[in-house]
Ligand binder design. Structure first.
Ligand code: ADP
Ligand code: F6P
Length: 460
């Protein structure tokens, strides 16, 4: 019999509500876990005065959801501070935004210890434990301390920066040593994988043997595997949903409002890593450089607010509001605004319907682990008349989707020029690029990613 899968992540998607939380991890894991069944353990999303010691377990079909609450202090030190104001900027190469404090690191370790304690009681001896993302890097070590001998894997959904950046973290040695308590460590890209190996060789005197498909690492008296397993999306589901969305009211509302104008779309959590300031600048530059598009093209940027408790996130929100106001003030006409800026979430089908109507998907993060929206944009297109994906070279997706138009998001003029190239690309070239990207998306769906990681973990 196959082993039971126990997924552990900070964010657990609302399984029964039909609407996944915005955020790549929740979207991807939910799509795969619904099929395989198993247990999903993590934070409930609730902050309470005194969290229960035991997890709250609810079952829905083959999937059990085991969640724990956080105290206000834990939420602040672990989630807002160390995970999202220290590791998040550092791992996205933004050393300038890193906020380090030993109190927050202690909080991060404390919550990982509590997660391990609460999870250990639910485990069976043959369970495969699969931990996700930067919130829970120490979880393997904490589980081992409690005597858990199961196979444990970690997948990092976000980038891992080079050694020289990692070394700026005062506790980098303690933190990086945690990777060795997993049996398998997975990354989105070869670049991220190489960064861990380089770090371990140079800072921890690791010995690395490269094998087909990955590396076997000996470090800190442990042996473990380090591999790249780029994530995918539920491609057939996105294709179907986007086609079905055509008859929906929201699809029609957008269609009517465009009145034959063309659409460029961006969809991102409101995060400084997504490059929205540069994107708005590039779009303004595009309108100045190619004035034939005035009143003919709009940029619709959907950006639901994220991590409101962190100053940098409130700041980026204010900056973007001002910038969108400036651009619209400069170019708007009585019957047209250049940037439609929406700070809200949409149902998945509605979102795919919007992506389907856009001639250009403008996905220009300054740094991104993978970027699922880039893939969703492609899978939402009409096969006979597909749009063009303009994609940042600094998104993990650029390694898997070389047929997108790859840009440097810091090069505002270059991006403007590429938008023009995308809008004027002949149908035949659009089809060729789209077909070859879709081949990648169909052969590496989220299900394939999931099964591959689980198979590698069970052999580890
Ligand atoms: P991240 O994990 O950094 O948020 P990704 O692009 O990898 O970035 O994943 C984001 C996921 O969240 C995608 O599946 C996307 O469709 C979804 N999403 C983003 N914005 C919205 C929104 N406004 N409404 C609904 N879903 C959203
Ligand atoms: O995919 C990257 C990621 O950081 C996930 O770990 C996270 O769940 C998601 O983005 C959204 O962020 P948050 O959980 O902080 O709302």
């Amino acid at each position: 019999m196959a082993n039971r899968i126990v997924i552990v992540s900070n964010r657990v998607a609302p399984v029964n509500e039909g609407k996944a939380a915005a955020g790549g991890l929740a979207v991807a894991v939910l799509a795969a876990l619904r099929r395989s069944g198993g247990v999903w353990f993590g934070w409930s999303g609730e902050v309470v005065a005194a969290p229960d010691e035991a997890a709250n377990v609810t079952e829905s079909g083959r999937l059990a959801r085991a969640t724990v609450d956080l105290s206000e202090r834990d939420h602040e030190e672990y989630y807002n501070r160390f995970a999202n104001a220290t590791l998040w900027p550092l791992f996205h190469y933004r050393v300038d935004l890193v906020n380090f404090d030993r109190v927050n690191y202690a909080g991060y370790r404390r919550v990982n210890r509590a997660f391990a304690r609460k999870l250990a009681g639910l485990l069976q001896p043959d369970d495969l434990i699969w931990v996700h993302d930067y919130h829970l890097i120490p979880l393997g070590e904490e589980l081992r301390r409690l005597g858990v001998g199961n196979r444990i894997g970690l997948f990092l959904h976000i980038p891992l920066p080079p050694r020289e950046l990692l070394a700026t973290l005062p506790v980098h040695k303690e933190l990086m040593r945690c990777f060795s308590h997993f049996d398998l460590v997975g990354f989105q890209t070869e670049t991220d994988r190489a960064h861990l190996l380089d770090y371990l060789v140079r800072e921890a005197k690791a010995r690395v043997e490269e094998h087909e498909g990955g590396a076997v690492v000996r470090a800190h008296r442990r042996v473990f595997k380090v591999e790249a397993h780029p994530i995918g999306i539920d491609t057939p589901y996105v294709e179907r949903s986007a086609a079905r969305a055509e008859s929906s009211r929201d699809f029609q509302r957008l269609h009517v409002s465009l009145a034959d104008r063309r659409l460029i779309i961006g969809v991102d959590r409101l995060d400084y890593s997504k490059g929205l300031v540069h994107r708005f600048d590039a779009f303004a530059h595009f309108l100045r450089a190619y004035p034939q598009h005035l009143n003919r093209v709009s940029l619709m940027q959907i950006a639901p607010p994220s991590r409101g408790g962190i100053a940098e996130y409130s700041e980026i929100r204010r900056t973007l509001e001002t910038l969108a106001g400036h651009v619209n003030g400069e170019f708007a006409e009585v019957d047209w605004v250049p940037i439609r800026y929406l700070n809200r979430s949409f149902g998945r089908r509605t979102l795919f319907g919007f992506l389907r109507q856009a001639q250009v998907g403008l996905i220009t993060p300054l740094r991104d682990g993978m970027n699922l929206v880039a893939m969703e944009y492609l899978a939402s297109q009409r096969p006979q008349d597909p749009g063009v994906l303009v994609l940042s070279r600094f998104a993990g997706a650029a390694e898997t989707l070389p047929d997108a138009l790859i840009v440097n998001p810091y090069d505002v003029e270059g991006v403007a020029k590429t938008i023009q190239a995308a809008l004027t690309m002949p149908l035949e070239e659009r089809r060729e690029r789209w077909q070859s990207s879709m081949h990648v998306l169909r052969s590496n769906s989220v299900e394939a990613w999931y099964e591959r990681f689980v198979a590698r973990l069970s052999q580890a």
